[in-house]
Design a binder for this molecule. Structure first.
Ligand code: NI
Length: 206
């Protein structure tokens, strides 16, 4: 199981490294105006796209719901012991640092653990970080579809010491433009100040 997990991480690293190489060699980043990597990485391969999910009020939402605003998208789950709370704290801090500009942004937290993260669970959780944070859940199929679109890796990790389980998942932050297309991909672990600065320069450019 552990070996499998490392293999999966290795695959992600390899894919991302491949994209990175493509950007450097092909000048793709500057052509598409991306900070890092992503977008139309090669013919037919994109990051992001249509989704249908449920918000914390129980409304069905799609990617089109947020069109016209920037979307800052993060995938995780409410039971996450470390990375997710840290990243959501960072997002909340960046929103504060952005001031009024934060209104141009839809900060979206999509669960990759829909079995436990019901609409009610998500509602209570996102409120702990920031009232502006949009928590989205869905059926297993809907979550699988959006994760596939965003190239998100996630898998259940069983633990021997408890009946509860953890989820392994990739933790990138996706910045989608007002047209719904990928503009930037941020690594986990950025400070709120750095994230706010990156977002501010992005928002100022368009
Ligand atoms: Ni997490």
């Amino acid at each position: 199981m552990r070996a499998l997990r490392f293999a999966a991480y290795g695959l992600i690293v390899a894919v991302l490294a491949g994209w990175g190489a493509w950007w450097v060699l092909g000048g793709g980043a500057s052509r598409l105006g991306l900070d890092t990597m992503g977008g139309s990485v090669s013919a037919g391969v994109t990051v992001g796209g249509p989704f249908t999910l449920t918000d914390t009020a129980g409304h069905t939402v799609t990617d089109a719901t947020y069109r016209g605003r920037w979307m800052l998208v993060y995938f995780g789950y409410t039971f996450c012991p470390d990375v997710c709370p840290t990243e959501l704290q960072t997002i909340a801090g960046a929103l504060d640092a952005l001031g009024p500009d934060a209104a141009r942004l839809a900060p979206i937290f999509i669960t990759i653990d829909p079995a436990r993260d019901t609409q009610e669970t998500m509602a209570g959780y996102v409120k702990l970080f920031d009232d502006r944070l949009i928590g989205l859940t869905g059926t297993e199929a809907q979550i699988a579809a959006v994760a596939r679109a965003y190239r998100v890796y996630y898998a259940r990790a069983e633990r021997k010491d408890t009946t509860q389980y953890l989820m392994d998942h990739s933790s990138f932050l996706y910045l989608m433009g007002p047209d719904g297309k990928l503009r930037s991909l941020y690594r986990p672990g950025m400070s709120a100040t750095d994230l706010a600065a990156a977002l501010r320069s992005r928002l100022a450019g368009e």
